[in-house]
Design a binder for this molecule. Structure first.
Ligand code: AGP
Length: 613
């Protein structure tokens, strides 16, 4: 995720900004930049790659001891990593600069209208529209221009803005993207996207809330409401976190933080693509015409590990709602079998990292055979995205824990959007159904957000009871069968407990032989069309003295009677259960791994990005 650092005060700004950015490196980034004021002019340096490149560049530079400036580390979302796309971005005159975190959803429209007014764009980013939009509103006060400009903006932003004609101030503003301000009694104000950047300098902070803006000067800091311009009284808070805690926003591990970030990641993935009123989905990034999409005869999904589980869920969705045959392959198998592909097939490689060697090899084979390749990926500019004909990006932000959590539920979100989109283009989903499914997705993030803390608590007794087990069995059916696979993978990855996921109907074809008191069985039993079937399978386990954890619908009292532990989830649209039912399984794995003293974020023998075969 991008990082912002800004400073105005009595000290030299360049070392403060560089040190602050270094402390945000853990968030992941692919380019960096800095701007400061020297002799009344803004001086800007940017480069692709690691911060070390920028630091090296700055060693040769005479910054004139500047006392005001901004810095940014960019994690690409619109346009690949490059110097031109790195922040800060300038207006036409070069007198105004912006650094930005978040996504400007209506940037296409804004860019077109600004271009028509004569603004010249030099990057592919959504951020650059902000610089030109503020320029458009600028008269003699920067804060006022920022407030007016952001009224036209849809999406999320944390902003740092600077103008050479008001050289004593920085403007900060936020909407749905965090921004924290730091103050020092002896003068000097800071802004940062995250607390670690501030810790070497101050522990006195002010958290900006959504739709607030601040004017930072050496000796004053004022906060205003962005919408009505009224001043806002803010409380200064003292941070007592150490650096490690601050990087994880107070969570013990990145994995836990990322589990809790899922509502935002899901929201970011559908926002701007799904009309909340009609359920209509727009995915221009697919770059295929409606005619081409109607001519597709088959979809082939290719992925590894957790991403393969997302593909398995999508098969249920696509076949049900689009009525198109879907095949799903593990990429390492796909690449070594005879592939019957051609121009009428869409191949969809799914990869969080965009660098997985087997998935990439599959993509290349598919292209050679003339298939259309549309990837689903979380990392902009990664190899898989560069080599695909089009990419649907998940907007989960960088995932640092090796065990994939928010990237998985974002992949599911992207695949659900794709299902709606294809169903709408091919007219297999009636308008009323689109509205219903779209509404269900829009409601999901808030619902997950509400359930997360309770679910985390509920895992403690289950973990105490089963955390020392040697084996685990996960059962599911239908679109929740892949979620059983994912639950088992999560547990084995981070706790080193042997775990298997099975389609519940397969139980009596072998695995039932394993059932005894030492084999906990977790089954997913939402009140869907196969509910009774799974309950029968669970009864078979109970009859053999198996110990049972059931995850099902709130209000289904039968579950508590059958199971040793029942985890209840709210009733949502059945189609979205795979996303919701993933959450308690992630939390259970986390709790168990943590209790067993495992290295949750970097489990043994695993890599975040598997770039070898
Ligand atoms: C997920 O928890 C795993 N770390 C792993 O299975 C992962 O999903 C797999 O290696 C594929 O990675 P990708 O999504 O980056 O291609």
């Amino acid at each position: 995720m991008c990082g912002i650092v800004g400073y105005v005060g009595p000290r030299k700004v360049v070392p403060i900004v560089l040190e602050g950015l270094k402390r945000l490196e853990y968030r992941g980034y692919d380019s960096a930049g800095i701007v400061y004021l020297k002799d009344g002019k803004l001086v800007k340096y940017r480069c692709e790659g690691k911060l070390a490149n920028l630091e090296e560049m700055m060693e040769e530079v005479d910054d004139g001891g500047s006392r005001i400036g901004l810095g940014h580390t960019r994690w690409a979302t619109h346009g690949p990593p490059s110097e031109a796309n790195a922040h800060p971005h300038s207006d036409c005159s070069g007198d105004l600069v912006v650094v930005h975190n978040g996504i400007i959803e209506n940037f296409h429209t804004l860019r077109e209208s600004l271009t028509a007014k004569g603004h010249i764009f030099t990057s592919q980013t959504d951020t650059e529209v902000l610089a030109h939009l503020i320029e458009e509103h600028l008269r003699d006060d920067l804060a006022q221009a920022v407030a007016e400009a952001v009224k036209e903006v849809e999406g999320s932003f944390a902003l740092g803005v600077m103008w050479s004609r008001q050289p004593d101030r920085l403007i900060a503003a936020r909407s749905q993207s965090p921004l924290v301000l730091g103050v020092k009694e002896k003068g000097g104000c800071f802004m940062a996207s995250d607390i670690p950047a501030l810790l070497p300098y101050t522990r006195q902070v002010i958290f900006l809330e959504d739709r607030e803006m601040a004017v930072l000067k050496n000796d004053s800091l004022q906060v205003f409401n962005l919408d009505d311009g009224q001043p806002v009284e803010k409380e200064i808070q003292t941070i007592d976190w150490n650096v490690g805690m601050a990087e994880k926003a107070g969570y013990r591990h990145f994995m836990l933080k990322e589990i809790f970030e899922q509502p935002q990641a899901i929201l970011n993935t559908f926002r701007g693509r799904l009309d909340p009123e009609t359920g209509i989905v727009r995915l221009p990034e697919i770059k295929l015409s409606s005619e081409e999409l109607r001519g597709v005869s088959r979809i082939s999904l290719v992925a590894c590990g957790t991403s393969w589980h997302a593909a398995l869920v999508a098969k249920y969705w696509l076949e049900k709602w689009v009525g198109i045959p879907v095949e799903v392959d593990i990429a390492s198998e796909f690449r070594y079998r005879r592939l019957l592909l051609g121009p009428d097939v869409i191949v969809i490689p799914i990869s969080q990292s965009g660098e997985t060697a087997d998935t990439l090899a599959g993509l290349r084979l598919a292209k050679d055979l003339g298939a259309k390749v549309i990837s689903i990926c979380n990392v902009v500019g990664s190899t898989i995205t560069r080599e695909s004909h089009g990419t649907i990006y998940t907007h989960a932000g960088p995932e640092i824990g090796v065990a994939s959590t928010k990237a998985f539920t974002s992949q599911l979100t992207a695949l659900f959007l794709l299902t709606l989109f294809l169903g709408q283009v091919r007219e297999t989903i009636p308008a009323e159904k689109s509205r219903e499914l779209g509404k269900a997705l829009v409601e999901l993030p808030a619902l997950i957000e509400e359930e997360l803390p309770r679910l985390q608590e509920e895992m403690i007794p289950i973990c105490n009871e089963f955390g020392r087990s040697r084996d685990f069995l996960y059962l599911g059916r239908g679109a929740n069968f892949p979620i059983a696979l994912e639950g088992a993978l999560k547990l084995k990855e981070i706790s080193y407990i042997h775990a298997e996921g099975y389609a519940a109907g397969e139980l009596k074809h072998g695995p039932i032989a394993l059932i005894d008191r030492d084999m906990p069985v977790l089954a997913l039993v939402p009140g869907d069309g196969v509910y009774k079937k799974v309950i029968s399978n669970v009864q078979e386990v109970k009859a053999r003295h198996g110990r049972i954890i059931l995850v099902g619908s709130r209000g289904d009292d039968a579950l508590a009677e059958i199971a040793d532990f029942a985890i209840y989830l709210p009733i949502i649209h059945e189609e979205l259960n795979p996303i919701l039912y993933t959450i308690p399984l992630q939390l259970l794995s986390y709790q168990i791994a943590n209790m067993r003293g495992c290295d949750v974020d970097q489990p043994r023998n695993l890599a975040k990005s598997v770039t070898v075969e």
